[in-house]
Design a protein around this ligand. Sequence first.
Ligand SMILES: Nc1ncnc2c1ncn2[C@@H]1O[C@H](COP(=O)(O)OP(=O)(O)OP(=O)(O)O)[C@@H](O)[C@H]1O
Length: 302
Amino acid sequence: MKIVFIINPVAGNGRALKKWHRFVKTVNFPFEQVTTRFSGHAAEIAAGYRERQESALLIGFGGDGTLREIVAGATGAKELIVGSVAAGSGNDFTRAYGTFKDARAIEKFLLNPVYRREDLAQLIDGAGFQFVSSSGIGFDAEITIAVNRSASKKKLNQLGIGKLVYVLYVVRTFLKFEKFTLSVEVDGKWITYSDVWLATVSNQPYFGGGMRISPASITDDGLLELTVVHQISRLKLLLVFGTVFSGAHTRFKEVSQMSSTEFRLSTDKPVCRHIDGDDAGMSLPNEMVVYSVSQYDWKSIY
Ligand SMILES: Nc1ncnc2c1ncn2[C@@H]1O[C@H](COP(=O)(O)OP(=O)(O)OP(=O)(O)O)[C@@H](O)[C@H]1O
């Protein structure tokens, strides 16, 4: 089995490349390496291995966006296993799926390469977006997209204070966010939520860099979980965010959760969306967005 490192040089606010230069000095086995040059490149690289039916362990050296792309490219391939080395900012992928701490862990895996078949989720609104961890509509997506598009992010990253941009956008979005009405069709029933802050569809428990938003999510059960935070004051929302790292937020009546194989969502106004922390456009008023899951679609290290 070939070992292929797919390195995203801009992940982790640019720290991934420096980490790679340190990491590669510790590797004592043959490997291939490819550095991504643009958004979407990791998916193309993985799809190339799939099309050539090569047997390989693809190791994403980046964050959640990099791993999402690699999984999307590798999905359905019999001979590809996906692993990771955490080198992003949030690294939620590595909290639920297999990850290598160091080069020795990769050597150990190669002695006994056991994998697990995992689910792949998708968001369909005409176009299709695949994701491995979560997709959000609302407050969290608005912050994510504002940070990703921020012109000042690059400059502040160079100064080593990139996290400040995130904090600034959290505060700004918190103060000016316009809540929305969300209609959900699940198992043939319609539910309407008013004054919604966010709706997140999860395939694994974590999102937003370690927040345990969906404690019931399991990566290979063929189900997705929907979390809706609604009809809550700004003050109480702060309290809920304080408890989400432990998963205790699920006790609040303003946090609704449910499981299914498919959710159909529509909003009453344009609302931002993300998939695994990357921009996934807007949900337009009264447009139907379908979330579904394919079971056992790709292989993660075990
Ligand atoms: N050479 C490149 N130039 C610009 N963008 C790139 C390049 N290579 C990959 N990308 C994009 O960089 C984005 C961010 O990568 P990634 O999500 O892995 O890092 P991160 O945002 O730091 O980590 P996390 O999502 O865990 O917080 C991805 O959407 C990917 O498509």
